[in-house]
Ligand binder design. Structure first.
Ligand code: UDP
Length: 340
């Protein structure tokens, strides 16, 4: 048993990691300002500290109150589009919060740190699948801010010996297969929840962002990786940092699916049509992003257990159908979701 600090542990990926840590018997403290996170996503038995990472005094209090084997850092601004409207805010906040947290970890004697990073730092790569040696040319201020956070961690290792891993996620998707957690963003910008809600008649038809890309059906191809598999990667990587050096991993299934294939999958699983129209391209979207997960598999034994797109969509559908208004709507009686 060990104790871990999870920032952003009330958010989408963070909460699935908290659950996975708890299930294997670890103790978890969540630090989350609940701007995006949900109190209800933090399982019973997990301490929740509601605080902003910019508040150094509160961060220091957390490290003074508990001793941690490791830190998993999810709390961050994470919308690509927003980052192109407010780049300075993204660069400043994501870098400075990571640096504050790494500094507090070092001072407290904590030696391991896992950073939630992103495939967005690869920009528009030419070679697929994308391995860890691919050139880093972020296509957005969000991607750049995560690269800056990774660089800060390089320095924390070089100067203070803080061992870190950055996990560059491709498209996190799906929900806890037992239905305890799901995806609930405000605003929701991600394809799978938007397609499901459109099929359920809960929002406007989906807009497909461009069908003139150089892909077989003209729509963008992404690597959708199940959030439970992503959570498993964090645990394995954190364990490896006990004896291993600082490291960077790309985390995806290694399989690409187009926007149209996602729509077809949602229609298959939900048994309803996904009303949609074709719109213009979204600025900054590369045609194809698919991960090479070779290094992660080789070094940690990780493998995706929920790799199929239909399985990913099935878990996402189940959670959204049962939670018409996300976490704020847990008490909806059976059947009401369908009528909503
Ligand atoms: N997408 C779309 N319509 C939407 C939202 C997303 O066509 O309303 C497309 C988007 O262009 C991308 C893919 O779906 O090719 C996945 O987008 P998402 O925002 O879920 O994740 P991202 O790839 O931006 O991390």
């Amino acid at each position: 048993m060990a104790r871990f600090l999870v920032t952003g542990g009330a958010g989408y990926v963070g909460s699935h990691v908290v659950l996975a840590l708890q299930e294997r018997g670890d103790e978890v403290v969540v630090l989350d300002d609940l701007r995006q996170g949900h109190r209800a996503a933090v399982p019973p038995g997990v301490e929740l500290v509601v605080a902003d990472l910019a508040d150094r005094r509160r961060v220091d209090e957390v490290f003074a109150g508990w001793s941690f084997e490791g830190v998993l850092h999810f709390a961050a601004l994470s919308l690509v589009g927003e980052s192109m409207r407010e780049p300075m805010r993204y660069l400043a906040e994501n870098l400075s919060n990571t640096a504050t947290l790494a500094d507090a970890a070092v001072r407290s004697g904590c030696r391991r740190f896992v950073l939630s990073s992103t495939a967005a730092l690869f920009g528009h790569p030419e070679k697929m699948p994308i391995d860890e040696a691919a050139r880093i040319i972020p296509g957005s201020a969000y991607g750049e801010s995560k690269f800056m956070a990774e660089t800060a961690l390089d320095w924390a290792d070089r100067v203070h010996g803080l061992r870190s891993a950055a996990l560059r996620y491709f498209n996190a998707a799906g929900a806890d297969p037992k239905g305890r957690l799901g995806e609930d963003h405000t605003p929701e910008t991600h394809l799978i929840p938007l397609a499901i809600d459109a099929a359920l008649g809960r929002r406007d038809p989906l807009m497909v962002f461009g069908d003139d890309y150089p892909t077989p059906d003209g729509t963008c191809i992404r690597d959708y990786v199940h959030v439970t598999d992503l959570a498993d990667a964090h645990l394995r990587v954190m364990d490896r940092l006990k004896d291993g050096p600082s490291v960077r991993y790309n985390v995806g299934n290694g399989l690409g699916h187009s926007v149209k294939q996602v729509i077809e999958s949602v229609e298959r699983i939900g048994g309803r049509r996904v009303p949609h129209s074709i719109g213009p391209r979204r600025p900054g979207d590369p045609a194809i992003l698919v991960a090479s997960n070779e290094k992660l598999r080789r070094e940690t034994g990780w493998q995706p257990y929920h790799a199929g797109l239909d399985e990913i969509v099935r878990t996402a559908w189940a959670w959204r159908e049962a939670h018409p208004r996300g976490y704020d709507d847990r008490a909806v009686p059976e059947g009401a979701a369908r009528a909503a």
